[in-house]
Design a binder for this molecule. Sequence first.
Ligand SMILES: [Zn+2]
Ligand SMILES: [Zn+2]
Length: 394
Amino acid sequence: MNEILEMTINEMADASFDCSCGQHHTLGIKYMSIGKGTLPTIVDIAAPFKDKPVFMISDNHTFEAAGERTLKILEDNGFDVKSYSFQTGDGILIPDEKALGRLFMELDPGVGLIVSVGSGTLNDLAKYMSARTGIPYIIVCTAPSMDGYAADGAPMIKAGRKISFIATLPYAIVGDTDIMKEAPMHLIHAGFGDVLGKMTALADWYLAKEIAGDYCCETCVTLVQRALQKVVDNAAGLAKRDENAILYLIEALTLTGVAMGLIGISRPASGAEHMLSHYWEMDFIARGKFPELHGIKVGIATPIIAEMFELMRDDVPDCALELAPTREEVEELLRTAGAPVLPTEIGIERDLFYNSIIEGYTVRNRYSILQTAVDKGRIVECAKIITDRIYGAE
Ligand SMILES: [Zn+2]
Ligand SMILES: [Zn+2]
């Protein structure tokens, strides 16, 4: 029963089982190769596609981090590879019409496999291309920065607005910790923030189960919780790029994706902390400002939502309260890893912050602690308390 709980992360690829939640779960990812020195395993993983050209995509940062080596390994083993690398200088690649259009212009007829070397944006671009062309893709992860490696949604910027497209899962994930531990620290902090967000996301899931009668899969909760705990226990190692701390981080990020993939909803990964993050992001995009990395915002939003659970304690069922972390606990973890803690550290101003608490529940139609506060007529009170604590009383 639920044998997936006995498996290592790499064994979970292609899983298919009857779950105690009553559903049959399957994971449409063929291979996961996560661990130390796993990059060369791409040769065997990609072998079924060897008779057709391979299209490898990267940017100048990720080409240097892992693209050059990936290209050499594939070519040395007889693959016909066309490599396209975005030249963004010190800038950041944006997943918009321009980037996507360029990739489609570089895509030759007859390509049998896309290999994307990168993290957030390059993964999303490859995922979108793969979904539209039917060509499978392998992601070679360069940073443990977000949980989208094993997820099928591709957030893109269309006409200046962020839209999450349903795309496809990768054929394989190659996550070599020798590569990922060298990632820029800001990206590691982002991944850590996205993982900490699962603490409140799971509490929200239990809340929604108890109050709104939402479906909940205990197997997925356990999977995410166990991976999360390993990351929390090793938080101090991240600042030192400790091998195990990085491995646990990429495992937790991938496992969250696996949990989402198994049940086809993002509940295990995303609760009210993601609503705040999206609310801030939309405001930044609308003003033409760089919205900060996803996980950095989620990390900052997590203690805020933990505080919401504390303030709403009397209206929250015990099982959700038990799962919810305390604000101090999350802030301490962020500090331990050296990540940003307060919204003021990333340029979120008082009004935007206050409004995000009041209106955050409108970001998506999903029951969360913000909805509880709205329904109980206490959202304004909570927003005032938290805003005054962070920005000072007016
Ligand atoms: Zn996230
Ligand atoms: Zn289940």
